[in-house]
Every structure is written in structure tokens, then in C-alpha cells.
Design a protein. Sequence first.
Length: 58
Amino acid sequence: MKDYLPDAAGALAGLLVAFLISGLLMLSETPQLVLFALLPAVGGAVVERVCHRRPNNS
């Protein structure tokens, strides 16, 4: 379960960014749908990549 924590944190961060961008740009319909589909997935992938690239000192 601990292995999924970076994915979940990145997806949450991507979702928050999607809400922010959607609110600032006042997007609707298809652009908003694409934004909410892509940013959580990209956020999860980026955070997972960063966490696995960082050396473990423990």
C-alpha cells in the first residue's frame, strides 16, 4: 500500500492544479474534461518518477 502513496499524492496535486486552471481560465465542456483527465494522470506519473529517482538513504 505504501508504494501507491506517490501516485495518489501526484494525482491529488494534478487534480488541484486542474481545478485551479479550470477556474482561472473559466473552461467548460471538452477542454475542462481533457484537463481533468490528463493532469491527475500526469501528476501521478511525475511524482512517482521523482520519488523513484531520488536515492534512498535509509
